[in-house]
Design a protein around this ligand. Structure first.
Ligand code: GLU
Length: 485
């Protein structure tokens, strides 16, 4: 049986989009399930969109998420490197090696492609006229009639040109998308696609077909914004007489308002999610469910379970909603499951960056602080707002202020007295002090706990009171208690 080979083929335009990660993930899941190959190819033929460092960034984010390719571009000690028999896997490198030259030559000779010398101004004018006439704007095919011999002469003389695909007239191009079903587009509704640009670089459309063929790709899994390009690709395959891969177009990732995720309104880059403290296992688990559901309706799935259960026939046809609240829920599940050592190491940078703790804090202390918040975080960075009251001067909230009556003063005095009787707050003290205050004052229950909590944390809600007392320590507690006069 033929080896199943899938690829993720991003353009290095700066960052990995969360929808791109989902595409990569579905490719990966299927390839791993079928014991096939998952390769990473970089499509950088649009030089105007190239961003320095973007390739490294893409690979870094994919690998952070655990979506590891076994072929193509990878990182070795932070440097881009390549593995596999189809190298190079970066299209600009393939251009340098002249890989596309022989294939375009083949299409020119067979008459499936032609040189076009029309200026941009002329084409714009043609399209303006077509629009005015209520027609679909497209190239009018003026250069189709130039013989290859004449065209080559003009090219040799240095005349500026592109190379276009010569579409057959009025032909239905039909393909069966694995998710969307049968799709038919007529060539009259298509344009003579540019295959080679005036800078000599192939367009995406030409390079993607040549490369998918040369890399023996069996399944093309990509976002559904590419559906309208697929007939062009199929015509190129047909012109070469090559086998056409299976096409699988994934539903667009939408935000909760049903709009395409946009940088302006939403977090869109994987980096944003990583930096906010989403765990890779959680992000992957949730992303898998954006547009797909397992038969069992389970919501918590490891990568191994996803590989086992993933099928394209359970991918929905349209609009998949990315719900950050749901992601938060999944993430908090994974955060709660972390061992305390691992968890405290993960939250440490957030606490250090906020200036709450020193980098050389003892492991015990760090773990105690971390544990105090572990069950209440949706993402690691939440520890900063949630623990701020412990490390910075706090403002008392209005609800708390209302409780600052004579009763509170009695509690305050009792608490201060207890603190004056010790050198340092330890576990025994922090766990026992409320009971002592209760005995001393006769105040109990809510009337005891709420005012004390408000006095030392500024808030009526939050983590365990004993933990707050232990983390604050004697001096800070006294300072806060004495604020009440
Ligand atoms: N380079 C295209 C992109 O940036 C890949 C589309 C495809 O997978 O064919 O999304």
């Amino acid at each position: 049986m033929k080896e199943v080979r899938l690829r993720f083929a991003p353009s290095p335009t700066g960052y990995l989009h969360i929808g791109g990660l989902r595409t990569a993930l579905y490719n990966y899941l299927y390839a791993m399930q079928q014991k096939g190959s998952f390769l990473l190819r970089i499509e950088d033929t649009d030089r105007s969109r190239f961003v320095e460092g973007a390739i490294e960034n893409l690979i870094h984010e994919l690998h952070w998420a655990g979506v590891e390719n076994n072929e193509g571009v990878t990182l070795t000690e932070d440097e881009v490197s390549e593995i596999g028999n189809c190298a190079p896997y970066i299209q600009s490198e393939r251009v340098k090696e002249g890989i596309y030259d022989e294939y375009i030559d083949q299409l020119l000779k067979s008459g499936d492609a032609y040189y076009c010398f029309c200026s941009k101004e002329r084409i714009d004018a043609v399209k303006d006229q077509q629009r005015a006439d209520g027609k679909m704007p497209k190239y009018d095919g003026l250069c189709r009639g130039i013989s290859l011999e004449d065209a080559r002469k003009r090219v040799a003389e240095g005349e500026e040109h592109v190379i276009r695909l010569k579409l057959p007239a009025n032909k239905d191009v039909v393909f069966e998308d694995v998710i969307k079903g049968k799709i038919t587009i007529n060539t009259d509704d298509m344009d003579d696609q540019v295959l080679i640009k005036s800078d000599g670089f192939p367009t995406y459309h030409f390079a993607v077909v040549v490369d998918d063929h040369l890399m023996n790709i069996t399944h093309v899994v990509r976002g559904d914004e590419w559906i309208s390009s697929t007939p062009k690709h199929i015509l190129i395959y047909q012109a070469f007489g090559w086998d056409i891969p299976k096409y699988i177009h994934l539903p667009t990732v939408l935000n909760k308002s049903g709009k395409k995720l946009s940088k302006r309104n939403d977090d869109v880059s994987v980096e944003d999610f990583r930096e906010k403290g989403y765990l890779p296992e959680a992000l992957i688990n949730y992303l898998a469910l954006v547009g797909w559901s397992p038969k069992t309706n389970d919501e918590i799935l490891s990568m191994e379970e996803l590989i086992e259960q993933f099928t394209f026939d359970r991918v929905q046809k349209s609009g998949a909603v990315f719900d950050v609240d749901k992601l938060d829920w999944v993430n908090s599940h994974y955060i709660k499951k972390l061992g305390i050592k691992e968890f405290s190491e993960k939250v440490k940078p957030y606490l250090v960056n906020a200036g709450f703790i020193d980098g050389d804090i003892s492991e015990d202390k760090l773990q105690f602080i971390a544990k105090t918040f572990q069950d209440s975080l949706s993402k690691l960075s939440d520890i900063v707002p949630q623990s701020r009251f412990l490390f910075e001067d706090m403002e008392m909230e209005e609800d708390g202020k209302k409780l600052m009556d004579d009763n509170a003063k009695v509690l305050r005095d009792a608490f201060v007295e207890e603190l004056n009787g010790i050198d340092e707050v330890d576990e025994e003290f922090s766990k026992g002090v409320m009971k002592k205050i209760q005995k001393k004052t006769g105040i109990k229950g809510k009337n005891l706990f709420m005012p004390v909590r408000a006095m030392i944390s500024g808030n009526l809600h939050g983590p365990e009171l004993a933990n707050i007392i232990e983390i604050l320590g004697k001096d800070k507690l006294l300072e806060r208690l004495k604020k009440l006069d």
